[in-house]
Ligand binder design. Sequence first.
Ligand SMILES: [Zn+2]
Length: 127
Amino acid sequence: MKDQLIKLLDCAYAPYSKFKVSAIVEMKDGKYIPGVNVENASYGATICAERNAITTAVSMGYKAGDFRNIYIMVSGDNLSMPCFMCRQVITEFFDKDSGVILVGKNGEMEKYTVSEICPYPFDKNDL
Ligand SMILES: [Zn+2]
């Protein structure tokens, strides 16, 4: 997974922050779907790699519950957690025990569950 994420970083569009992010969603059917961050001169129009990968999967027909794990790599030296907008979207589609796996360019990994990074999610039960 490390090598795929490193290669995918090259596709990120981050001319403003220079902070590139790649994400790969692992589906329960064995498919892997990529996403990168795509910035915009209107900064608020930027989309994160995690949401890009998840929304691409949804565009391909996947539904909530079809998602197994998400792998994330950043261009900086440290591992980075998903932002809270992405955590919100992750809770919409992943199971509570799905993995959120941070991968470093040297192969280091930290694995969390969705429940660990989103202990009190806002979801359909709050509506
Ligand atoms: Zn994000």
